[in-house]
Structures are given as C-alpha cells and as structure tokens.
Design a protein around this ligand. Structure first.
Ligand SMILES: Cc1cc2nc3c(=O)[nH]c(=O)nc-3n(C[C@H](O)[C@H](O)[C@H](O)COP(=O)(O)OP(=O)(O)OC[C@H]3O[C@@H](n4cnc5c(N)ncnc54)[C@H](O)[C@@H]3O)c2cc1C
Ligand SMILES: NC(=O)c1ccc[n+]([C@@H]2O[C@H](COP(=O)([O-])OP(=O)(O)OC[C@H]3O[C@@H](n4cnc5c(N)ncnc54)[C@H](OP(=O)(O)O)[C@@H]3O)[C@@H](O)[C@H]2O)c1
Length: 605
C-alpha cells in the first residue's frame, strides 16, 4: 500500500483523538474500504485479533497485512458500534483506549494504542456469541422450578442421569484429553456454554497432576496471576500456593463448576474419520475399553507433561536412584547422600534446594546459561502493575490485566520487557555479581528481554529465585559444568572427565513439545501435519524462525481438522480458554467460522 500516512489530529483530548480515529475507522469498515481502514494504521503497526475477525488467533503487521485481512474478513464479520469504555489516557505520545464493538455474530472488546501517525497497536477479542451468551448475573439459572411438579427430580438426580448418559447414550461434541488445570478450565467454560464435553484424566483425582509433583513445590507465580475462570481464589489465599493446595482447589473447582470429568480414564488412541467428520477416541475407563466419537479433540495434556528424559550411556549400570524431575519423590530419603541434579533451571533449583535443606550433598550440572530473576523483583517490577494487590487497588482486575498483557503484540513485546529487566539487573546487581563469582552462568534472554519472552518463545530456560540461588552463590549447592558423557555404577561423568559421585541422579531436563502427545495417540503423520507447538518463531535459542506472530498451534485451529491444543501457565489457561471455548461453541451451534490465515507449519516437533 502506497498512500501517504493519514494523520490523526494531534490536538484535542485523548478522548477526542480516539473518537475521531474510531469514527473514521468504522466509516471505512462500513464502506468496506479496506485501503482507507488500513491507512488509519501507522506504517509499523500491529493488529492482534483473538477470534473476533479471523476466527483464529492472529497478528497482522503493517498496512498491507491489515488490508489483506480485512479484504478477506470484513464482509462476513460486519463490525460496528466501536466505542470507548473508559476515558482514554495519553503518555509519551501514545494514546491508549479500551474499546467495545460488535460483529455479525458476537460482542467484542478491544484496546487501541494510537500515535500521531495512526494506530500503533490494536487488539480485538471476541467475548461472547450473540444468542449464546453465558447465563450469568441477571441471566443466571433459577436453579429450581417453583410450583408443584409431579415426579419432580432433584438437581442431584438430574446430574446423576446426565453423567450416566454422557459418553454412553450421548456422545460428547468435544473430548478434552487431560484434566489438569488447563483441561479443567476449558471444561468449565464449555460447561457454561452448554457444549457437551468430556474431560478425560488418567489420574485418580482431579488435581493429581499437581499433587504428584515433588513435595516442596509451590507456585512461582503469585495468586493474582493464578485465578481460574469464574471462581477466583479467596482473598486469604496464599501468594504462592503450595502444590497440594492447588490440587485440592482444582478438585473442588471441578465439582463446583460441574465439569464433566472422568477420572481414571486413559486415552490410548485417537483417529480422525474423514468420512464421518468425527474422531474415534479409544479410552480405558477404570479398566473398561470404550470408544467415544466427538467432533473435536483438545489436547490438554500439558506443556510440562511429557518428560524429556535423556539417554546417557551407562544409565543401566548406575546402581543408585535415578529419575526425571517429574518423578522426583522429594528429598526425605536422601539425607546424607550424594545427589547430582542434571539441569540448571526451575526444576533443578527447586529440587537442589530441597535436597540441601534435608542434608544431601548436592551438585547441579549446568550445561548452558540460565536466566535468573529474584522472585521479589519479578513480583514488583515484572508483574506488580498487572497482577498484585497494588494492581487490584488501582482497578486492574484480573480480566483487565489479562487484556493489557494480550494487547502487546509479541513482535514488540521485547521493547516493553527489556527496560523491566534492565531495572532488575540494576536493582539486584550485587546478587548477580555473587552468582557469577560462584561460576553460575546466567543470561537475560538472547535480546535481554527476560523471563516472559523466554517462556513464550521456548517455555524453558529460567529460574525464578526463591532462595536456591543463594545456596549456589554460597557454594552450598555445588556446580559442575558441561555435557554429561556417561554414568558409571556410582557416578555421573562429564565430557571433560569430571566424575561426580552420586547416590541419586535427578534429570531436571525439562519437557518435550505437546506435539509428542499427538504422535503417541494419533500417529506421527498427524503430528507432522500439525507441527510444533509453542514458540513464536523468534529466531532465538530454541525458538527457530520464521516469525509466526503467535504461539504455534495454541488455542486455535490447526492443520488437522477438529484437533486443538490448550495449555500453558495458569494465566494463559484462564484467558485463552475463553477464545478456544468460543471457537468450539460457534462450531457446535453451526455458526460459520471461516479461518483467516490458518497457520503454516515450519517445524515438525
Ligand atoms: C514443576 C512445575 C511447576 C510449575 N509452576 C507453575 C507456576 O507457578 N505457575 C504457573 O502458572 N505455571 C506453573 N507451571 C506450568 C503449568 O502451569 C503447569 O505445568 C500446569 O500443570 C499445566 O497444566 P495443564 O493442565 O496444561 O497440564 P498438566 O497439569 O500437565 O495436566 C495434563 C494432564 O493430562 C493428563 N494426561 C496426559 N495424557 C493423558 C492421556 N493419554 N489420557 C488421559 N489423561 C492424560 C495427565 O495425567 C495430566 O493430569 C509449572 C510446571 C511445572 C512442571
Ligand atoms: N515452582 C515453579 O513454578 C516451577 C518449578 C519447576 C518448573 N517450572 C516450570 O516448568 C517448566 C520446565 O522447567 P524445567 O526446569 O523443568 O525445565 P527447563 O527449563 O527445560 O530446563 C531443563 C534443563 O535441563 C538441561 N538439559 C536438558 N537436556 C539435557 C541433557 N541431555 N543433558 C544435560 N542437561 C540437559 C537444560 O540445559 P540446556 O539449556 O542446555 O538445554 C536445562 O538446564 C518451565 O515452564 C518452568 O517454569 C515451574
């Protein structure tokens, strides 16, 4: 697109500027003039759409891509009614506004960052489908039919009947494989949207995916970041919840939110029936095999669920205990023993610290550098404006915080994050100096953008320091560097010949891509078709390009009809489960959902 920048008047109040932009934007959209609409964007601009325009999760960049997207979607989306929901603000030459608007099928929210040159960022997010609104507040279910009803059935009886029927006499429309916090949150949303769904969990109890983790585990993210949809934690909930408490909350939540949830149910295979346009999902439920035939299958099997267990020569000869961090029983039986922990990120630090606290002699094996950030600094500088008591007091609700985070397109997120980590670097410089003096290799991400971007790009590579780094700095947790070469009867041997005696070896070596679950349950061909999950294509370590703009395969249509992925941390699980649930609900109700720009596959796993 070549026309000159269509400048927005820089005079007037922020409200007047936003109103002027919205009015011109809406007129251009109503006239189906995609060139005029695109000209309202700055040359460097980003429109992040969460299902409202594209029926997927997609960011388009620059005017040409904006025009391309609108050219495809505009007629059928038919957006209208753009208005601000609160008074816009202005700082450093950027005016920010919260928006509402409608589409042909739904109601949506948005966020705009406006510069002199035009829109810099625009977020559009579908929030509900017209005619299929969740029954909340004054629309909530009555719960009882007043009057006299012969043969009346109680709520419990009706629930019992429903539970007995689903999966046997009535097939679910959606099967969610995996009932961790991801599957549970999605199950709750689909329940509220009346989409017949079954969440299948191989563990015996909801919450077991947390319960079974090493015993000292506490969330590293604070309570304000961790709420589940609909039912926030009470205001006396601890800031960093212990894993068993989270497990109990999830179990209680599953019951209260009436999530259709089968425990002790393992999915053993799934295949897509092209002719019938449905899945055949084979499950073993409490020992009995049955086949479910949903239209959609969601893999909620966990981003940190498929252990990456290395295979080193000599592992079979090793006579002590050895296990992946996900199988680590905790430190109790290792008092006075020699422990070698392979890996140097979150799991490794948590496990090393607990082993040290219980009197083990601990060595951490670091292969490459780790981003370390002190919890206090992260809570204050990294999360404090969005997820904290301070944020709540200043009116930043959980939903607003989620939307603020979502409003920053991934391409420019580093420029928002780098200053935060520069400030942390300065604030904690003595701490980092001590860590370096102890020989610990640490980094700030390839471009200095810190933890969140490492997480979004690769889901790994950091430690949120809640104490273990002090043990490393003091030499109480010993450090070894390099690649493991082999194991002997009683030692881990590194490639430089260093021999580390060990009674127990913990492989805190991280997790494999969710794509691996598809390979296991559906087959390699489908896994290859769908490609790698997670990452942005940033071209940084462990996140190969090309640039994708959004996280690969997460919460959006994939190259395999009817196959979806859901997962991530508690914040992502809460926020993105809404968009995934709306995409599934629309399909269930027969609302056309033509996807704009189905993501391409550049990497298989
Ligand atoms: C040690 C650790 C600490 C973490 N701490 C935090 C934190 O502080 N804050 C945060 O936000 N995130 C944290 N995370 C990241 C993330 O929130 C968790 O990994 C979380 O458990 C992810 O939830 P999930 O539902 O996506 O996956 P999971 O909890 O892994 O659940 C997946 C479920 O799928 C089931 N399953 C797998 N295959 C099948 C099958 N074939 N049939 C039936 N069921 C199956 C599993 O049994 C499991 O219960 C942490 C992760 C780890 C590993
Ligand atoms: N309390 C908490 O909140 C908490 C605790 C634990 C985990 N988690 C979450 O769980 C996820 C995974 O963290 P994680 O620490 O388990 O995994 P991770 O970040 O992937 O770290 C794996 C570590 O193992 C090393 N490694 C991998 N393969 C190896 C091999 N063959 N030989 C030697 N070293 C090897 C890696 O080194 P390289 O970098 O060289 O590959 C890295 O140091 C993260 O999202 C994290 O936030 C959270």
């Amino acid at each position: 697109m070549t026309q000159t920048v269509d400048r927005i008047e820089a005079t007037g109040s922020p409200q007047a500027r936003v109103d002027a932009w919205l009015s011109r934007f809406e007129s251009a959209l109503a006239a189906r003039d995609v060139e005029a609409a695109a000209a309202l964007f700055a040359v460097d601009s980003y429109w992040r759409d969460l299902v409202a325009f594209t029926w997927t999760i997609k960011t388009v960049e620059g005017r040409d891509e904006v025009a391309g997207m609108l050219g495809d979607c505009l007629d059928r989306i038919d957006p209208s009614g753009f208005r601000t929901t609160e008074t816009p603000t202005e700082a450093d030459g950027v005016t920010e506004a919260w928006l509402e608007f409608e589409t042909a099928t739904g109601r949506a929210k948005g966020h705009l960052r406006l510069k002199d040159e035009g829109a810099w960022t625009l977020l559009t997010s579908l929030r509900e489908l017209k005619g299929f609104e969740e029954r909340r507040n004054d629309q909530r279910p009555k719960g009882v039919e007043h009057g006299v009803v012969r043969g009346r059935k109680s709520w419990a009886e009706k629930r019992e009947e429903e539970q007995t029927r689903l999966g046997y006499e009535q097939q679910p429309y959606v099967v969610v494989i995996g009932g961790g916090q991801g599957g549970i949150a999605l199950g709750a949303r689909l329940r509220q949207l009346d989409v017949p769904t079954l969440v299948l969990e191989r563990n015996q109890r909801a919450g077991d995916s947390w319960r079974k983790r090493y015993k000292n585990l506490c969330l590293h993210d604070p309570v304000w970041y961790d709420h589940l949809p609909y039912l926030p934690f009470p205001d006396n909930w601890p800031v960093f919840a212990p894993k068993d408490k989270i497990a109990d909350w999830l179990e209680m939540y599953t019951r209260l939110m009436e999530v259709p949830y089968w425990t002790s149910t393992e999915v053993t295979s799934a295949s897509w029936d092209e002719e019938k346009q449905q899945w055949l999902v084979t499950v073993i439920r409490e020992g009995e095999e049955l086949v479910l035939t949903p239209r959609h299958v969601v893999f909620a099997t966990g981003m940190s669920g498929k252990p990456n267990l290395p295979s080193f020569p000599g592992m079979d000869d090793f006579e002590g205990d050895q296990h992946h961090s996900s199988q680590h029983p905790g430190p109790d039986s290792y008092a006075g023993k020699k422990a070698v922990v392979v890996g140097s990120n979150n799991s490794a630090h948590d496990i090393c610290a607990a082993l040290w606290e219980h009197g083990a002699d601990v060595t951490m094996v670091q292969r490459s550098s780790t981003h370390v950030v002190k919890s206090d600094s992260l809570m204050d500088l990294g999360l404090g404006d969005l997820y904290s008591e301070r944020a709540v007091r200043s009116g930043v609700t959980t939903d607003k915080a989620d939307m603020i985070f979502a409003s920053i397109p991934y391409r420019i997120m580093p420029q928002f994050q780098i200053p935060v980590y520069d400030a942390i670097r300065e604030r904690d410089k003595d701490f980092y100096a001590r860590l370096e003096a102890a020989g610990f290799q640490h980094d700030w991400g390839d471009d200095g953008s810190g933890l969140f971007l490492k997480y979004l790009r690769r889901g790994s590579g950091y430690y949120i320091d809640v104490g273990a780094s002090e043990l490393v700095a003091d030499g109480k947790i010993k450090l070894a560097h390099g690649q493991v070469d082999h194991l002997t009867r009683d030692a881990v041997v590194l490639s430089d010949g260093t021999e580390l005696e060990a009674d127990v070896v913990v492989y805190a070596t991280g997790y494999g891509s969710m794509n691996g679950w598809v390979a296991d349950l559906v087959g390699q061909e489908t896994a290859d078709l769908v490609g790698k999950c997670w990452g942005l294509g940033s071209g940084t370590t462990k996140d190969p390009g090309p640039w994708e703009g959004e996280q690969r395969n997460m919460w959006k249509p994939t190259q395999q009809e009817g196959l979806w992925f859901h997962g991530g941390n508690l914040h992502q699980s809460r926020h993105y489960s809404l968009y995934l649930a709306l995409q599934l609900k629309a399909r269930y109700e027969g609302i056309p959902t033509p996807v704009y720009g189905l993501q391409e596959v550049h990497h298989k796993s």
